[in-house]
Design a binder for this molecule. Structure first.
Ligand SMILES: [Fe+2]
Ligand SMILES: [Fe+2]
Length: 343
């Protein structure tokens, strides 16, 4: 049978996903995640609108078990089709496929840091999506194991690669689904920062998990509210997501105490003006103090902010103004300024 990708695709209009698109059980997957000549272990679909049709449809482009041909890849690239789709039911298969790709790409010395970090980022994004949407039904041990592996790989890359990797991590952060992307952005940024501060691998790995899950309390909100809430900075004392997140993490085994405190205290301010506890700086867990800085910086500089994204310099300036009220931990904040200056 001829695959859709063997046909002349110019006759159909291929539709790119909207920001944060999650509808209909089909999830967008960047074309760059597919490796030519590798067997595809899930069905690939395209979102297509043909003449005369009102709504776009998802149509099978390549069934699982096929080898993804290099010529297809080139053809899609030439047509500027950067997005494919998979069915939500195939999520586990997609993660397994990406794991296989990572095993080949990460140790390959001929690959650029950017390619490695991008593949890790995209894989982690799918992991966060699946974890956040199933956290209430699933015993999370195997899922956590995968997250730890992803975080480990990233930390290893950074230790070996230095500044090049820091830079690609800052470059790669981008807007998308507000909550998922924010979680990964904070996690990646956090791993780069604690590796810059010389934390050991175990501590960094645990911190990475906490950074990734710190806003998990937001998943109880309706999707529209999640988007709004993830954009907020620390000015909403009524928000319940830190306490909710703390409770959820308390039910997961194997997490360090500090990880739970990262969820509970990441909106606390050093001057006592934060929430939910109104704690002063010495009462805030040190890991939550680090996260407070990363979270704020990420919100200001990412495309997810309610304002236009600020440059790194502008964000630091705004944070320095806040620091007059002693919002952040001074020592970590000074280190963070040094870190961003390095990248
Ligand atoms: Fe938060
Ligand atoms: Fe956050």
């Amino acid at each position: 049978m001829k695959q859709l990708l063997d046909h002349d695709l110019k006759s159909s209009r291929i539709i790119a996903p909207a920001i944060g698109e999650e509808k209909g059980g089909f999830i967008p997957l960047p074309l760059r995640n597919l490796r030519p000549d590798e067997e595809i272990s899930f069905d690939i679909l395209l979102k297509v609108k043909t003449k005369g049709e009102k709504e776009p449809r998802f149509i099978p482009a390549c069934p699982q078990g096929e080898i993804f041909k290099e010529e297809w890849y080139k053809k899609l690239q030439a047509l500027d089709i950067q997005w494919l789709y998979y069915s939500q039911d195939d999520e586990e298969k997609v993660l397994e496929y990406l794991d296989r790709c990572l095993e080949k790409v990460l140790p390959d010395e001929d690959r650029e840091p950017e390619e490695k970090v991008t593949l890790l980022y995209d894989t982690t994004l799918i992991w966060v999506r699946s974890f956040f949407s199933s956290v209430e039904q699933v015993g999370s041990a195997p899922q956590m194991f995968r997250a730890l592996r992803l975080i480990d790989s990233l930390f290893d890359l950074m230790k070996g690669g230095g500044v090049d990797y820091y830079r690609s991590i800052l470059d790669i952060r981008r807007a998308g689904h507000v909550l998922y992307n924010h979680s990964i952005n904070v996690c990646f940024l956090g791993l780069a920062f604690v590796s810059f501060m010389g934390w050991d691998a175990q501590k960094a790995q645990d911190f990475g998990v906490g950074a990734m899950l710190h806003d998990i309390g937001l998943i109880h909100l309706k999707p529209e509210l999640v988007h709004k809430a993830a954009r907020r900075s620390a000015d909403r004392p009524t928000d319940s997501h830190p306490a909710m997140g703390y409770k959820m993490l308390a039910n997961m085994s194997g997490l360090r105490r500090e990880v739970r405190y990262m969820a509970l205290q990441h909106h606390e301010n050093g001057d006592g003006s934060g929430y939910p506890g109104g704690l002063k700086i010495n009462a805030i867990d040190p890991w939550a103090r680090v996260l407070r800085i990363l979270d704020h910086y990420e919100t200001l500089t990412s495309g997810n902010s309610r304002k236009r994204p600020l440059s790194s310099k502008e964000a630091l300036k705004e944070m320095a103004a806040l620091q007059e009220r002693k919002i952040f931990d001074l020592n970590y904040f000074m280190n963070f300024i040094k870190f961003t200056g390095k990248t």
